[in-house]
Ligand binder design. Sequence first.
Ligand code: FES
Length: 109
Amino acid sequence: MTAQRACGVDDVSVSSAVMVELDGIAVAIVKDSAGDIHAIGDTCTHGEISLSEGFVEGDTIECWAHGSQFELRTGTPKNLPAFEPVPVFPVTIDGDDVLVDVQNPLIND
Ligand code: FES
């Protein structure tokens, strides 16, 4: 596993996802309503919109442009117009740090 620091645990909140670039890959660090932190591809598969600018609802994040909601655990869009998933990356919490391994996506590589 080649996890690297993405941000601090305190940097991300349900109302404020964080966009980071790791190895040239834009990643959205998102905290869901239950408090779990996820790392998904930041770019909406429907357009060049940053998902970290969207809205967290339960365990999904909604793209602000046209309303597709992506499941944070699977990267799958729950509704149109997006129909292709975003990648999901492994997250490790190490003390105050959020570590993400972008080289080994869990799904949707
Ligand atoms: S750009 Fe995200 S749903 Fe259209």
